[in-house]
Design a protein around this ligand. Structure first.
Ligand code: PLP
Length: 420
């Protein structure tokens, strides 16, 4: 479903005219649709019917607290990967008993914070982490509920930088070692082993890799139960892909849910799923303005006021994003390279892209940027982080304002040996 549609030739987000937000907020900015977030969450949840399920939104995809709260109000828990994310999820009102903590390098102080807040579970990724957590929990007189993250050695068939379930990746415990490590965990005083988890990658567009991994982990749970462990939870991670290009057809939630139920229901475990991109990816656009139209020797460039520091996915993952004008036109489309102002040739959003003719000050929308967009932004080239705006029905609110230059430059401090 597309929640950024044209009406009378103008792009709308829910019932808000995109160009009106641009007039009031200034460009560039991220714009998120509450209707889209809601639709995605409910579609995902409804697909599972009456399965005993906890949906933990992987907040790293979009950590804006207004976004977390929107999903939290619909019933989502949170999957966090740092103390900072845990603090954000709590601040956004996600109850601690719906928060799972993933990540390969949880530090002692992060563990203390999470234990003091009594989160639902730790997804432990290695043996050293297990011992560290047991020690920290014991010293606080607490017992940490844990799952082990299994590395199932499955090829998720996605971009190498976001594939996480192969044996050469840094994530999880090799599936062949899980039995041994669980036996050790059972002897530790600060630990209660409650289940297993996995996460094989992101933007996965086929069901087969999921099914292969879920089948493997299901078998492991059966083995662990035979070994006498009381396994009650199974966390299947995130990773379900979304359409970026017009003809992409990733699996639908109902197909994904039907497969999950077929593979894991007989275990009777509580199922946890950690979708990130699926919930927020298509709920966001980045609105930017044409600064110059430049005719190069071979190409025509649309130079826009957004750059790779605002949205890094095209330069980092060679990601494709649809780019549409905010005002529709019936002129014939023409080929452009759409680029930002940053001093790198990698600062390119699209090459040889067909768009209707654009001129200085025209607005365009880069689509499907709700996930891994604003969260990966930086101030490279001393550019201000761009605002985030949330719309709901016919209202909009700036949910992260544009900082001032003083906010950015003022973070630096001089060193005593440098004269004033
Ligand atoms: C990133 C991540 C997710 C979410 O992945 P998506 O592809 O955005 O759904 C879920 N679980 C863990 C452990 C992650 O690292």
């Amino acid at each position: 479903m597309n929640f950024f549609e044209y009406r009378d030739g103008e792009m709308y987000a829910d019932n808000v005219r995109v160009s009106e937000v641009a007039e009031q907020v200034g460009t560039p900015f991220y714009l998120y649709s509450t209707a889209s977030l809601t639709y995605q969450f409910n579609q995902f949840k409804d697909a599972f019917g009456d399965l005993d399920l906890l949906i933990c939104y992987a907040v790293k995809a979009n950590t804006n607290q207004a976004v977390i709260k929107t999903l939290g109000d619909l019933g989502a828990g949170a999957d966090v990967v740092s103390e900072g994310e845990l603090r954000r999820a709590l601040a956004a009102g996600i109850p601690a008993e719906k928060i799972v903590y993933s990540g390969v390098a949880k530090t002692e102080s992060e563990m203390i914070f999470a234990l003091e807040n009594e989160i639902y579970q730790f997804n432990v990724e290695s043996e050293p982490e297990l011992y560290q957590l047991s020690e920290v929990a014991s010293s606080l007189d607490k017992i940490a509920d844990i799952t082990f993250r299994v590395n199932p050695d499955v090829d998720a068939k996605t971009h190498a930088k976001i594939s996480t379930g192969k044996s050469e990746n840094k994530f999880g415990v090799p599936w062949t070692k899980v039995r041994e490590i669980c036996a050790r965990a059972a002897e530790l005083s600060g630990i209660k082993l409650v289940g297993l988890d996995l996460h094989i990658g992101s933007q996965i567009t086929e069901l087969d890799p999921f099914e292969e991994a879920f089948t493997r982990i299901t078998g492991l749970i059966e083995t662990l139960r035979e070994d006498g462990h009381d396994i009650t939870r199974l966390d299947l991670g995130g990773g379900l892909g979304i359409p970026y290009e017009g003809d992409d057809v990733p699996p639908l939630p109902r197909e994904y849910a039907a497969m999950v139920k077929r593979v894991v229901s007989h275990l009777g475990c509580k199922i946890i799923i950690e979708p990130g991109r699926f919930l927020v990816g298509n709920a966001g656009i980045l609105v930017s303005k044409v600064v110059y139209v430049k005719s190069g020797e071979k190409r025509k460039f649309l130079i826009i006021d957004a750059a790779m520091n605002d949205l890094v996915r095209p330069s980092m993952y060679d990601a494709y994003h649809r780019i549409d004008p905010v005002k529709e036109s019936d002129e014939d489309s023409t080929l452009y390279d759409i680029v930002g102002p940053v001093c790198e040739s990698g600062d390119t959003f699209a090459t040889n892209r067909l768009v209707t003719p654009m001129k200085k000050d025209d607005l365009l929308a880069i689509r499907s940027v709700g996930a891994y967009g604003a969260v990966m932004a930086s101030t490279y080239n001393t550019r201000k982080l761009i605002p985030e705006v949330l719309v709901k029905a016919d209202e909009f609110a700036v949910v992260r304002p544009r900082p001032s230059y003083d906010d950015i430059i003022g973070l630096d401090q001089s060193a005593p040996w440098l004269s004033e």
